[in-house]
Ligand binder design. Structure first.
Ligand code: 1GP
Length: 245
């Protein structure tokens, strides 16, 4: 089954959780163990990527180690055209819509596209929209971040993504953000654009994850809190089950 079909199928019945693993943060074996715990805790897919220090070899070894341990899909969340490996099941083919850097909007995508075709990787077309504060990804991507409270601006970007034919919207507050994307912004986007909505950045507690899911997010991404939980299964379970019930 294609990864997009898997996601859409899941979303018929429940919200989806994806655990983000940064290949730069641990060895491939530890990443594999973390993915194993995530799967056991009910997570639906593993995303592999990070904003800095990620290189092809690093990504490749990490994805291979994860694939050995889990059955759930592994999706690349690329920094740029260098972080592509055929070992993954799919790749977010993403454009940072509110970047001021043309390379982040379409340049890296142009460089990576032939490789994706050659490798036969499934591209998941996604609009990546950075919300204040944006953290490292906002800085590295030279994002003109959407101020918290400017809900209509987020809606306008999401609508533009839909009319451009993109299949997924990702509202990103940035990894380690002190607060996640505001629930009012999530509600506003979901009311106007029916595409599957991914939300991530700064989600630390089961209550936050639940509020974000209730506000209309379809896919909830957590990275930092998973790293910090040190692979403790019941902590991750708490987070995942909060969005499922
Ligand atoms: C970053 O949205 C993801 O791209 C995850 O953020 O590390 O804060 O969970 P956290």
């Amino acid at each position: 089954m294609k990864v997009m079909d898997y996601i859409m199928d899941k979303l018929k019945n429940e919200k989806v959780h994806m655990g983000l693993i940064d290949p730069y943060e641990q060895s491939p074996d530890v990443a594999g163990e973390l993915a194993y715990v995530l799967e056991a805790a009910g997570s639906d897919a593993i995303m592999v990527g990070g904003s800095t220090g990620v290189e092809q070899k690093n990504v490749d070894y990490t994805v291979k180690a994860i694939k050995k341990r889990v059955k759930i899909p592994v999706i690349l969340f690329p920094t740029d055209a260098r972080s592509i490996t055929p070992a993954a099941d799919a790749i977010y083919f993403m454009s940072m819509l509110n970047s001021l850097d043309i390379n982040k909007v379409v340049g890296e995508q142009m460089k990576g596209a032939p490789m994706i075709k050659k490798l036969g990787l499934e591209p998941l077309s996604m609009a990546y929209i950075i919300v204040e504060p944006g953290m490292t990804v906002g800085k590295v991507g030279n994002a003109d971040v959407i101020p918290r409270g400017e809900n209509q601006l987020a809606v306008n970007y999401a609508l533009a993504a839909k009319y451009l034919g993109m299949k997924l919207i990702y509202l990103e507050a940035g990894s380690g953000a002190p607060e996640p994307v505001p629930v009012e912004m999530i509600k506003a986007v979901k009311e106007e654009v029916e595409l599957p909505l991914i939300v991530g950045g700064g989600i630390r507690t089961p209550q936050q994850a639940k509020d974000i899911a209730r506000a209309g997010a379809d896919v909830i991404v957590t990275g930092t809190v998973i790293e910090e939980s040190d692979g403790v299964k019941n902590k991750i379970e708490g987070l995942v089950s909060s969005i499922k019930n």
